[in-house]
Design a protein. Structure first.
Length: 289
């Protein structure tokens, strides 16, 4: 296993260069890694490449990158061949949140990796053990849950599956520090740590609004001013999307129990198309989607 001077892996692969994959590629490039993004077709690879190089350019312009744009770009490649991951120390899968798609992608990537290489998934809700079930080397598989937008988010949840090697967890912890972020290690439980706590607070805030306890503004102020949260739970639900939150609440209520049951108000607003910032209306009115 090779690391760069910063302690990041020397060769990193990212499968899927969409919103999250491009951000993950950006993070490792800035830490000195060589990064290969593999996409499903040439058009998507071109779009992923543009996304990554644009966000690198932003960091260079802001003075937050140690290297020149050309030096960073020289360490980056985008392709459509999973075989290009062959020499990677770590591959992070960031394809859409679909179990079948992820299992297919992960098994194809594992087949080209060296036995000691690490394989990770950026899944935000699928069980790491479920994904590991069809892998040949589940001990080398771990969850690396980045947050959106990756360049501005300092947290990474390391999700330890039943079969994940303890040494890989430590290695992942060091890699997360090397890219300038803070790791937390969580067991493979529904919602991990972040979604479970965040959604619990958001759902209770919606129930309080439903019960007429206070206005949306005042419920949010209770948390932003009283508890120093950067954004109140209802405004945050608007930003994330009410449909996204409803989906997570349904999943958590099925796996963890009734306490995560979606409030009627949330269901009604989603049915009415009031999805938050992206539709211009949620618990607040938003200027532009
Ligand atoms: N968006 C978020 O806020 C967020 C936050 C944390 C985690 N996640 C997780 O990250 C993952 C990716 O989410 P996203 O928001 O970046 O999605 P996205 O749709 O922006 O990107 C997915 C990318 O995967 C590519 N892709 C699809 N099939 C592929 C294949 N077979 N091989 C290679 N590439 C393929 C697509 O072309 C696309 O570029 C999901 O598991 C999601 O749950 C998302």
């Amino acid at each position: 296993m090779n690391d760069t001077a910063t302690g990041a892996p020397a060769d990193v692969g990212v499968l899927g260069g969409g919103r999250m994959g491009a951000g993950i590629a950006h993070a490792f490039l800035l830490a000195g890694s060589r990064v290969t993004v593999v996409e499903r077709d040439a058009d998507a690879a071109g779009a992923a490449s543009a996304r990554v190089l644009e966000s690198v350019a932003t960091s260079v312009a802001r003075g937050t990158a140690d290297d020149e744009q050309s030096a960073i770009a020289a360490r980056f490649a985008a392709s459509t061949e999973v075989g290009d991951f062959a020499g990677c120390d770590l591959v992070v899968e960031a394809v859409p949140e679909d179990l079948e798609l992820k299992i297919d992608a992960l098994t194809r990537v594992e087949a080209v990796l060296a036995p000691g290489a690490a394989l990770a998934s950026n899944t935000s809700s699928i069980s790491i053990d479920q994904l590991a079930a069809l892998l040949d080397r589940p001990s080398r598989f771990v969850g690396l849950h980045f947050f959106n937008p990756v360049p501005a988010s300092s947290l990474v949840e390391i999700v330890r599956g039943e079969a994940t090697d303890g040494l890989l967890v430590e290695q992942a912890r060091a890699w997360v520090h090397a890219i300038g972020k803070t790791p937390i290690v969580v067991a493979d439980a529904p919602g991990f740590a972040s979604s479970r706590l965040g959604v619990a607070l958001g759902l209770e805030a919606i129930r309080m609004l439903e019960d007429g306890v206070a206005s949306a503004e005042d419920i949010d102020a209770a948390m932003s001013l009283g508890y120093k949260h950067p954004v109140g739970p209802l405004r945050l639900t608007d930003i994330v999307g009410l449909d996204v939150r409803l989906g997570i609440a349904e999943y958590l209520s099925n796996t963890l129990g009734e306490r995560f049951a979606p409030p009627a108000l949330l269901r009604r607003m989603v049915a009415e198309g009031k999805l938050g910032r992206k539709t211009g209306e949620g618990f607040y009115l938003w200027d532009a989607p």
